[in-house]
Design a protein around this ligand. Structure first.
Ligand code: ADE
Length: 411
């Protein structure tokens, strides 16, 4: 077990990263202090499959301090930060993760989480939940809290096919989550991943963003803010028109492939950039993915058909094509913001993980009273987290007078 090895230096670095994040996760810290005495998770086994970086470690640590026995793995084979994982072994019951897991190691680490007899799952992308569904046995599980768009989509598919054997909370769909995390979080962290891995200037580059959902909107906005000339590729007419009115060039991937310098996929779908696009791209084009799975850029085709492939910088692989052009794939085509950077900014994950903690608490307190379906985050929890964030950050809300309240409800 990699993190049973006590590498002190690694641990020290990981601890410092956790402390840095913890100091800035003020909403989560305040929720923790509110619950500290009660220890509501006493005797509860929590299994977490989340990108194992510093903010995630802070959430896991708080859950354990609130009485839970926490087991954790990373929700992607390359998003575990080994120093953080090493430090976290001192705070939670089990850590089964390292960066660069093979597919079978990734699956085995998830299986270990299930062997610990979880009561609550905290999932990102629904791999853990899908594993339970495949086993056909969800006994002992009170429910799952799901972090991301792709995971919620999969949960709904499980629900619709009667394969969801416990209640689920769609944390992703809370307003306090997708409005900030998916948009501003991805916007900043995806730019961060591209810049850190390549060291290129974005100003003046032609950037192509596939998908104009919340993630794509944020990524397109922030790339524009860095001076890139941004094109949006969309299949949905409403989103396409929104991007158009927002001043982006909107076109097909076939056309954008002819001129783009940097491509970023944010769709959740597969083979968004594939053979026919690679073959017309400019020499030196960069390919990055911001979606949950590494299916958006057809990496398998590149691996099978390139004349050569070389890791030319950390998180940059050069593929030389038969036509003599070089394409640069970032972070193996996996989530560039977590594979090549630290994920979303701390303040963003403070909001998202506060919603996770309170949703897990909701599952616990309502155990036995919920159906096996996908529930939204209760609106009072959603609004409560956002209000706490505003209060902590000194942002004042306008108070409506009773006259105004009455008027706004009148017909
Ligand atoms: N850090 C931890 N989980 C994350 C996520 N789902 N997205 C971005 N950053 C993260």
């Amino acid at each position: 077990m990699q993190h049973m090895v006590k590498d002190l230096k690694l641990k020290e670095i990981g601890r410092k990263k956790m402390n840095w994040a913890m100091d800035r996760m003020k909403v989560l810290g305040s929720i923790y202090r509110d619950l500290e005495k009660e220890k509501p998770f006493d005797g509860v086994n929590i299994s977490m499959s989340l990108h194992l970086e510093a903010k995630t470690a802070v959430l896991a640590m708080y859950l354990q301090k609130l009485g839970a026995a926490v087991s954790i793995t990373s929700s992607n084979p390359i998003t575990c930060q080994d120093d953080v994982a090493a430090a976290l072994t001192d705070d939670v019951s089990h850590v089964y993760a390292w960066r660069g897991e093979t597919e079978s190691e990734y699956n085995a680490n998830h299986m270990k989480l299930l062997e610990n007899g979880p009561n609550i799952l905290v999932d990102d992308g629904a791999d853990l939940t899908a594993m339970v569904a495949s086993s056909g046995n969800g006994s002992g599980i009170y429910g799952v809290c799901e972090e991301t768009t792709t995971g919620v989509r999969r949960l709904k598919a499980l629900q619709d096919s009667a394969n969801l054997k416990f209640p689920a909370i769609a944390v992703n769909d809370a307003r306090g989550k997708y409005l900030y995390d998916n948009r501003f979080g991805s916007g900043q962290s995806v730019v961060d991943g591209i810049v850190r891995s390549t060291n290129i200037m974005l100003g003046g580059k032609s950037a192509v963003v596939a998908g104009f959902g919340w993630v794509g909107r944020g990524v397109a906005e922030r790339l524009r803010g860095m001076g890139a000339v941004v094109t949006v590729v969309e299949s949905d007419p409403f989103r396409a028109l929104e991007a158009y009115f927002d001043g982006f060039t909107v076109t097909s991937m076939d056309r954008a492939s002819q001129y783009g310098d940097v491509f970023i996929t944010c769709t959740g779908d597969k083979r968004v950039i594939s053979e026919r696009h690679f073959s017309i791209m400019k020499d030196g084009a960069f390919l990055a993915n911001a979606g949950h799975f590494d299916v958006e850029v057809d990496v398998a085709w590149l691996k099978a058909n390139a004349v050569s492939s070389n890791d030319v910088r950390p998180n940059v692989t050069e593929f030389m094509l038969k036509n003599g052009k070089r394409l640069y794939l970032l972070a193996e085509g996996r989530l560039v913001n977590l594979g090549a950077a630290d994920g979303h900014p701390i303040e963003i994950m403070d909001l998202s993980f506060s919603l996770q903690l309170l949703s897990a608490l909701y599952l616990l307190k309502n155990h036995g009273m919920l159906e096996n379906r996908v529930y939204p985050v209760p609106s009072e929890v959603d609004e409560g987290v956002v209000k706490k964030f505003l209060e902590i950050n000194g942002v004042e809300l306008e108070k409506l007078s009773s006259e105004q309240l009455k008027y706004i409800k009148s017909w």
